[in-house]
Design a protein around this ligand. Sequence first.
Ligand SMILES: [Zn+2]
Length: 127
Amino acid sequence: MRNIRSKDTGPEIAVRRIVCAIGFRSRYRLHNTRLPGRPDLVFPKLRKIILIHGCFWHRHNKCALAHVPASRTEYWQPKLEQNRKRDRLILRRLRESGWKVLVVWECQVRRRHPTLATLIGRFLEGS
Ligand SMILES: [Zn+2]
């Protein structure tokens, strides 16, 4: 499943840019392999994590980008359902060990969601 968490995807770079722009440059570590799910952006001192989720692989609810291919559904369905379960488990493990987690979806980044920077800023500045 490594292939679905490829490094340096477009949305991830965009989020990093936002994080830098709002003054949190160099406060984070990338792809911490010691944490469940190898989270994208980890802010150790803040004990916060930002996950950038591709809508398709991570099954964004009611999102157009998450739509299952019409062919080979018997192949896709179980695979994607497994991703969903895995994500839930990872999220629970992280939260149980005291991390605050923000999930940013690919579509929010792609649409240049106007409130995304605000959202990320509030998450990082908040307690
Ligand atoms: Zn989406």
